[in-house]
Design a protein. Structure first.
Length: 304
């Protein structure tokens, strides 16, 4: 048996590949990798599920010992590259300070729909008409409190251990169901994050259960120490002629959010700062980048 030194074997393999490529024509397409990004596996011990964290580091991260604000982003399969790109662009072209971006993946083995229904919703709907999207598995709901504990008890400490994150400047970013998770944290453990960016929260969910949670919080507390940016598309309204209700089919998401923000304002919590922005030409699918941009501008520092 003939053994080949690792470097020699690598050179021979490279030459073979080059000659093969020349004979076969253009090489096949390869995957595109985002610069300065990492993927970490994490086991949610209490939930007995596996997730991943997608981490994007600022361009200047390798240059010194600076600590950075850190964005925690739900629905990472879609939102992580969007948030990373916008944060970088705001730094390069608008002078906004750099930040670490941490994307929160769906559970391994679950579809995105199944995972987010379970992990981001605050309750099991009293009226259910949801279809399963995974063969052999019924839809699951109401896991936001448990997932929130995983986020604050396991994800945040992991990030603090492995990265130069300023854990006194944590930002939660969510949209739709992801914003329900944000509201669960806001009303359950508001100090988990210093700033919340909540786009188009599904306040119709379970007959408006978050309105009930807000009322219950107000009955027990005199303060809500948090900074919140609410954003929503102006087209997320009830169709003309329909009667507004707390059902998904008859929800006016713009008015729901105005009502919720108004309730918070009425409480006069001394430690709460909120801002609501309606982006009039956007709908539920298109509004997230605008919400993110303005939500970051409302909190991160800028030199311009």
């Amino acid at each position: 048996m003939t053994f080949i030194h690792t470097k020699t074997a690598g050179l021979l393999l490279a030459l073979c590949c080059l000659s093969g490529a020349a004979a076969a024509g253009p090489s096949p397409a390869s995957a595109y990798a985002l610069d300065n990004t990492e993927v970490r596996d994490i086991r949610a011990q209490a939930l007995q599920r596996d997730y991943q964290l997608y981490v994007a580091l600022p361009d200047s991260y390798r240059e010194g010992g600076k600590r950075y604000p850190v964005l925690f982003v739900t629905d990472a399969n879609y939102a992580f590259p969007v948030v990373r790109g916008i944060a970088q662009r705001l730094h390069k072209h608008a002078g906004m300070e750099e930040a670490i971006v941490v994307g929160l993946s769906y559970a391994k083995g679950d579809s995105g729909v199944h995972s987010r229904r379970r992990d981001y919703t605050p309750s099991v709907p009293r009226k259910q008409s949801y279809r399963a999207d995974m063969p052999g598995r019924a839809p699951e709901f109401g896991g936001a409190a448990a997932y929130g504990k995983f986020l604050t008890g396991e994800v945040l400490p992991l990030v603090a251990r492995h990265y130069r994150a300023d854990m006194g400047r944590k930002i939660f970013v969510g949209h739709s169901y992801g914003s329900l998770l944000g509201l669960q944290l806001l009303l359950g453990a508001p100090r988990s994050f210093e700033h919340y960016i909540l786009g188009s929260p599904s306040l119709w969910f379970d007959g408006g259960v978050m309105f009930e949670r807000e009322q219950a919080y107000a009955a027990r507390h005199k303060d809500l120490p948090a900074s919140v940016f609410f954003g929503i598309g102006g087209l997320e309204r009830l169709a003309p002629g329909k009667r507004r209700s707390r059902s998904e089919e008859e929800a006016d998401m713009v008015e729901d959010l105005r009502e919720f923000d108004g309730l918070l304002a009425q409480r006069r919590y001394p430690g709460l700062k909120t801002k609501l922005r309606v982006f009039h030409e956007e709908d539920h699918a298109s509004v997230f980048p605008a919400v993110l941009t303005h939500g970051l501008r409302s909190y991160l520092k800028s030199s311009k």
